[in-house]
Design a protein around this ligand. Sequence first.
Ligand code: ADP
Length: 290
Amino acid sequence: MKLKINNLSKKYSNGIQALDNVNLEIENGMFGLLGPNGAGKSTLMRIIATLQDADSGNITFENINVLEQKNEVKKVLGYLPQEFGFYPKDKAYDLFDHFTMLKGITNKLQRKIKVEELLRKVNLWDKRNIKIGEFSGGMKQRLGIAQALLGNPKLIIVDEPTAGLDPAERNRFHNLLSEIGEDIIVILSTHIVDDVSDLCENMAIINNGKIILEAKTLDSLNSLKGKIWEKEISKHDKRSYDEQYDVLSDRLFAGKTFIRIYNDVHPNNGFLPAEVTLEDVYFFHLTDIN
Ligand code: ADP
C-alpha cells in the first residue's frame, strides 16, 4: 500500500501558508510526522482525511484520487482527531453497538461479536458499561482508536495522540498502535519526538509548511553518529556556549544543566560523546545548523 502526496499546498484566507509544496511517500507500517506547533501537521492530516481542501497538488492512495474521490477515501480511512466528542452519558458498549449498526451490521449477535472484538482490542471490554464521561484521557484515546478501527481501515491517521496522557496510559496506547500498524498505513502526527522514535520506522519533519526531512528513523539517527556531544555546564555560562557552539538543546537533569551540541569532530573542552537521539535529529534539522 502506498500513499503519495505530490506538490501539496494550502494557504488560509488570513495569508498563512500552512502547506508549501509538500511531497511525501508513505508505505505500510507506522509513519511519524513530526513538527512543532503550527508547522502544518493538522492541516495535512485533515486534507488527507478529506475534511479540508488543498489549493493545489494531489494525493493518491492505492488507486484512489484522495482529493477528488472523498467517498472512496472514507471507506478505507480511520481518523483519530485531536479531540473527539463522545457523549459523556453514553456507555462504551451502547455507543459501539450504535456505530456498528451505522456500519450496516443489522444482526444484533453479529454486532455483539464485532463490538466485543473492538473493545477487547483496546482493552476496554471490562469497562463497556461505564459512562464515557467517567473515562480517563487514556481510555478515551483508546476508545477513539476503537472507533477509528471500526470499518477495518487501510489507512489510519492519528493526530497528536498522547498529549495529556500519563506515562502508563501512553505506554498502553503505544502498544496498541504498534499492534495495528503492521499491514496498514498508520500516520502519527505529533510534536512529541519520543512518540516517533518509539513507534515509527519511517518519519518526516515538517516546519513552516515544508517537509525538511523524510527518512528512515534509524538512518536519520545514524547520519549524526559521532557528531553529538554533551556537557554539564553552569547555567550562567549557557549564553557563551550558545555563541561558541552549535547547541542543539539544553536540559536540566537532577538540578544540573546539560547541553548537547553538534560538532563534526571532538570539541574537547570537557564535552563527552553522546548517543544520538531523535531529538538531536529534530533540533539539528529545525535549527539552521545543517
Ligand atoms: P500543527 O498541526 O502543526 O500545529 P496547523 O496545521 O494546525 O499546524 O496550522 C498550520 C498554520 O496554519 C498555523 O500557523 C496555524 O495558525 C494556521 N491555521 C490553522 N488552521 C487555520 C485556519 N482555519 N485559519 C487560518 N489559519 C489557520
